[in-house]
Design a protein around this ligand. Structure first.
Ligand code: APR
Length: 270
């Protein structure tokens, strides 16, 4: 770790009044949830043109329902089994030291599980069901329900059950409706960002004095514009990622770097 960047980050954190933690898939990698663009990432295994839009998913479901069941299984199973990692807990602990807002692209709910109370989920949440017409959240689905749904998907993806029995099983745990109005509160490519989370995220980024970007490749807009927006608003920008670059890069895994950073800044034991 570059010592100069480290001490800049530690002193920046010590004096920060309002911190924004901007997280991506790398934040949850140590919780066993694959990222999207790393070597073993989702989009390497599931081509985005077939699986990253609702229209693509419907089309694929009509021609190859088993592959959609396999994709959904690979999305929900790791999230259903996941626990918050030391990185999530360090971010939650930061709230005791400075006003902290989490702006996350992740849909796994692990920041809240770790205890963060001000979390803006700009790509939605897998733990919420929305009515796709009104965009209102109609129900919450917890991890244990997703575990049961994953079991049903595993059987179907493995061709051990029929589509009818899969849908019957899904309806036990998920408010499926035949019009397809109820669906996971997920922002896929081509969708508008989740509101009011996105509007609030843009506001807090203009107000913060420290912006910590954690585990995001910065390839997906509009979220990827936030670090530059924070810098233009005068905030210090720290980047935590094994491939980190930028003004103050801290190269390493979130679950190791963040606890140490908070420890060095505040002598806080998590
Ligand atoms: N700690 C910190 N960073 C990590 C770790 C780790 N343990 N492991 C991997 N990373 C980094 C990678 O180096 C990479 O920069 O996390 C980043 C993951 O990048 P992506 O897979 O592109 O994920 P993300 O940036 O969150 O994707 C943005 O794209 O597919 C859509 O909607 C999806 O929200 C997602 C958006």
């Amino acid at each position: 770790m570059n010592a100069a960047n480290w001490s800049t980050a530690v002193s920046g954190l010590r004096i920060a009044k309002h911190v924004v933690v901007f997280s991506g898939a790398g934040m949850s990698a140590e919780s066993g949830i694959p990222t999207f663009r790393d070597a073993d990432g989702f989009w390497q295994r599931f081509p985005p043109e077939k699986f990253a839009t609702w229209s693509g998913l419907w089309k694929t479901a009509l021609t190859d329902p088993h592959s959609v069941a396999d994709f959904v299984l690979n999305v929900v199973d790791p999230i259903a089994r996941a626990e918050a990692n030391p990185g999530h807990r360090a971010v939650a602990a930061l709230e005791r030291r400075a006003k902290t807002t989490v702006v996350t692209q992740n849909v796994d709910g692990l920041h809240q599980t770790a205890g963060s109370t001000d979390v803006l989920e700009v790509h939605g949440s897998l733990l919420e069901v929305i009515d796709s017409v009104t965009a209102h959240v109609v129900q919450r689905i917890d991890r244990s329900q997703w575990t049961q749904i994953a079991e049903a998907l595993r059987k179907y993806a493995g061709k051990q059950s029929s589509l009818v029995s899969l849908l019957a099983e899904l309806r036990k745990h998920y408010p499926l409706d035949w019009l397809g109005r109820h669906r996971p509160n997920l922002v896929l490519f081509g969708d508008a960002m989740a509101e009011p989370a996105w509007t609030k995220a843009c506001e807090v980024v203009d107000q913060c004095d420290l912006f910590i970007s954690v585990g995001t490749s910065g390839e997906v807009y509009p979220a990827a514009m936030l670090p530059d927006q924070a810098a233009e608003a005068g905030a210090m920008v720290i980047t935590v990622d094994p491939q980190a670059s930028g003004d103050c890069p801290l190269r390493g895994n979130a679950g190791i770097v963040l606890p140490k950073l908070i420890d060095d800044a505040f002598g806080e034991h998590r």
